[in-house]
Design a protein around this ligand. Sequence first.
Ligand code: 7TS
Length: 419
Amino acid sequence: MRGADYGVHKVADTTVDWKSLREDFPILREQAHGHPLIYFDSAATSQKPRAVIEALRNFYEHENANVHRGLHTLSSRATEAYEKARKRVAEYIGAPSADEIIFTRGTTESINLVAQAWGGKFIREGDVILLTEMEHHSNLVPWQLLAERTGARLRFVPVLDDGTLDLAHLPKLLTQEVKLFAFTHISNSLGTINPVAELCEKAHAVGALALVDAAQSVGHLTLNVGELGCDFMAFSGHKMCGPTGIGALYARKEILDSIPPWHGGGEMIVSVALEKSTFKKAPHRFEAGTPNIAGAIGLAAAIDYLDGIGRAAIFQHDLQLARYACDRLTELPRTRVFGPAEERGALVGFVMDAAHPHDLTTFADQYGLALRGGHHCNQPLMRRFGVSGTTRASFYFYNTKEEIDRMIEILHKAARFFK
Ligand code: 7TS
């Protein structure tokens, strides 16, 4: 098999046979400790459908060569597939041009690129980077490093008890000194869905740029960078059915054209002399060295797969599972559920008085249930809620209500065990 036919699962537009989609994920047939696997850790990384596994295999069997350098057949095939993947990513998020997509290792690297290349050029002492209290460390630490280097200051939009942003504080935080407002689309601990378009508009009103961390949203709902109005968007392939080690940064062309490279090396130069070099235009200027070619192709296959199902349907399915899980968790003794009651992404964080999140997660694993316990790279947010960590169940379209019922049974057992 060669080319873009990765065997996308064809489903009717309105009704999706969710149960049969599970068949596309070989790993869901695994057992853990003698029990059928229940995988509730997709916010950490999603599982991969056969279409993506096959695309990787197809690349290595039929197209593998380095890109942008060889004149031989395989090199042209690899280059064509890699650049086609870039176009596919652009289409998927509604970016006007593939030149606005830079392949990175993932969300973390995408944000570091902005902090170093854009921040290094434009951020000065006294400037402000506005963040929120719910940011993943990936959208916090790079800005702390930038602030240390430049003398810039950080400000934070607080989080309310219900897990939403306290936007009443925005007018006094989002002032003329703010050069960038960087925030997550969906919180990986609370499930909160932030009003991205409104926040981007408010950032622009004071002359700031807006960066959206779409790690938890891009594989779960339909989004369009033009409609959202963001200047940067960062995301990871591995949370949206793609391989690990690949992700992307979207940035508006004018911005990319105004910033210098961040990593130096092969692939990103036009000419090199001993003392000085000249550089290619974006996006290649920002992709030094041999890129993750197979990863990019795998990501394009993941996008084909997700679009074959439909992101609007995935979002509805996520929402139903998350609501159902929140409702059923209230049955458990002395259990606190975090995050908004109404609309939320495909995850729920909770704390049971009976057991520490690590003990609870280890207990659940004995029954084949994969949860995550800890601070979820959200230490300041955990502190805000007065806990050291939570237990998190995170879902994707391959999960079912029956699996949530089974989780509740296991958590009841845990409540009795740890009493
Ligand atoms: N931003 C958010 C909102 C995230 O949830 C994550 C990963 C990242 C950034 C970083 O993504 P990476 O692919 O560069 O690592 N979140 C999680 C999580 O919740 N559990 O494990 C990883």
